[in-house]
Design a protein around this ligand. Structure first.
Ligand code: F6P
Length: 548
């Protein structure tokens, strides 16, 4: 097999990137009146404008050629058909099956998995209806008022992000809490505000072996049993979401109160599965199904649209262009809707746990960059914090700007100001401000001579800083589903181009493994000797503080 960097398509892509590194976007938009329309596409209620990128038709053609040569279309078909594309774990990657309609037929090992998916969904819906209506009662007969999701990583980030994003669709009488860290401060802080008699805990863990989650779940269980006076209360106040029924049983949760999923659902791709139970409880079955339908609509688009009109493929290839062609090492996600404030954190796991790899599927080391550092905060806050660096810093930082047109829970005045800023920032990043413009501006302010000239370089904006604009018609369950699925498929396409396995995460293991040893050493009275000098010293420092 030809190495990626030796492929003609790769070389073409690099040559175009070199040619367009210093592209004048202002000029490109002025000279080509059709550019804005040509480089925009609307799918599933999301308008993507990618005209403010350092690309032209020839560069794009090289990117689509690269995608085709690296087998994006074949791999896409293989993933959607249940091929075991997660080779290092021997697993299929079928999160798309979780949002397939009831009548769909997706086979894994000769069996249609769609009925099992819908059976769990129906059980979840039934349970959610009972909790939401008050028919599900706590141990002493009271209805549930508070739900605590105990989980971490994919068992926390997706549900938390979606519940925040869909707050306006949530049940007003249910309060949701998310406990993820093993810093007991978080759990204690949450428990301190709750009435055990009206609290439901969801212990969410794909493996049901995650130390942080099990430690928190045990503490929550002890708190509940102490307050309600009997182990029997657990059955009315604890449910589990997992693929590991034995471990759930062992923990003391009846599997009647367990909602299962499957090893072909990656943790960071699991919000559509039973891991989405907090979302379903909060927004109700109808809205949850709309979330799934929105994701399914994006799946259909991804599966069927030619790459040239394929939203996830376009976003992915633009990313490859900047990372591999122009040396970008980060990707900013800048959501302007406040409810999307957890989206950057969610996308950090989705993208960085998937594509933060330096070894190809064939075991060889990559000799090119792979997944970028994903970062961001709500955009309007970013403007007053790190946008200085975006506009005038030395780094190339491609940015996705996300907003929605409608914002019913805001006011028309607020929404107008928000969208004005949203639009103005991508314009400013693209057009910049040249010396002549700065001079004219300063002159109009009454400055002249040396005083004026001294300020000029500080006030120049280089411009040509690339952005994608993603405008949702509105933020609702369906559009959120489409948006998240869009990013899932973007990550997939990039992983295929780079020839890596986007679906394992061995990189999280070493730290976990070492923590078990360190934990034992912190408990012991003996000085630590087994590590390097720095770690030994730090362990002893902490051990002495913990056991004075
Ligand atoms: O759902 P689990 O099995 O508790 O795992 C939680 C998270 O931990 C990770 O394995 C990383 O440590 C993620 O991939 C996963 O989402």
């Amino acid at each position: 097999m030809t190495a990626l960097t030796n492929l003609p398509a790769w070389q073409h892509m690099l040559a175009h990137a070199q040619r367009l590194k210093a592209m004048d976007l202002r000029q490109a938009l002025a000279q080509d009146p059709a550019r804005a329309e040509r480089y925009s596409i609307k799918q599933c209620g999301i308008l993507l404008d990618y005209a403010k990128n350092r690309i032209d038709d020839a560069a794009l053609a090289s990117l689509f050629e690269l995608a085709r040569t690296t087998g994006v279309e074949q791999k896409r078909a293989a993933m959607l058909a249940g091929g075991r594309i997660n080779a290092t774990e021997g697993r299929a990657v079928l999160h798309t099956a979780l949002r397939a309609p009831r009548h769909a037929h997706i086979e894994l090992d000769g069996e249609n998995i769609v009925p099992a998916v819908h059976a769990v969904l129906d059980r979840m819906s039934d349970f959610a209806e009972r909790v939401r209506s008050g028919a599900w009662r706590g141990h002493d007969g009271q209805a549930i008022t508070d739900i605590v999701n105990i989980g971490i990583g994919g068992s926390d980030l997706g549900p938390y992000m979606a519940c925040e994003a869909l707050k306006d669709f949530g049940a007003a009488h249910l309060r949701l809490h998310f406990v993820s860290t093993v810093d007991g401060w978080q759990l204690n802080h949450v428990l301190g505000r709750l009435n055990p008699a009206t609290t439901l805990f969801i212990v969410a863990s794909k493996t049901f072996t995650t130390q942080e989650t099990l430690t928190n779940a045990r503490a929550a269980r002890a708190w509940l049993v102490a307050a309600l006076g009997t182990d029997a209360a657990v059955a009315r106040h604890f449910v589990a979401v997992s693929t590991n029924a034995d471990a759930v049983r062992q923990f003391g949760i009846d599997t009647d109160n367990m909602f299962g999923f499957w090893d072909w659902v990656g943790g960071r791709y699991s919000l559509w599965s039973a891991i989405g139970l907090p979302i379903l409880l909060f927004i109700g079955p109808e809205h949850f199904r709309a979330l799934l339908a929105g994701a399914h609509a994006m799946d259909q688009h991804f599966a069927n649209a030619p790459l040239e009109q394929n939203l996830p493929a376009i976003l992915a290839l633009l990313g490859v262009f900047y990372i591999n062609g122009m040396g970008a090492s980060t990707q900013l996600v800048s959501p302007y809707n406040q409810p999307l404030h957890r989206l950057p954190a969610y996308l950090q796991q989705l993208d960085m746990e998937s594509n933060g790899k330096a070894v190809r599927l064939d075991g060889g080391k990559v000799d090119y960059h792979t997944g970028p550092v994903i970062w961001g905060e709500p955009g309007i806050n970013g403007q007053h914090a790190y946008y200085q660096l975006l506009h005038q810093g030395t780094e190339l930082i491609p940015a996705d700007f996300i907003a929605s047109l409608e914002n019913p829970a805001s006011s028309p005045e607020h929404n107008l100001i928000l969208l004005a800023n949203f639009l103005a920032q991508t314009e400013a990043l693209m057009r910049g401000k040249n010396e002549a413009e700065v001079r004219a501006e300063l002159f109009a302010q009454g400055l002249a001579g040396d005083a004026l000239e001294a300020l000029v370089p500080h006030k120049v904006f280089s411009g040509n800083r690339p952005t994608n604009t993603l405008l949702l018609d509105r933020l609702d369950p369906a559009s959120l589903g489409s948006l998240v699925a869009l990013y899932e498929h973007k990550v997939f396409v990039q992983g295929v181009v780079w020839g890596i396995n986007s679906y394992d995460q061995w990189g999280v293991e070493l730290g976990k493994q070492l923590a078990r040893t360190v934990e034992a050493e912190l408990k012991s009275g003996a000085p630590a000797l087994a590590h390097d000098a720095s770690t030994n010293r730090l362990i002893d420092y902490v051990r002495r503080a913990l056991n004075p």
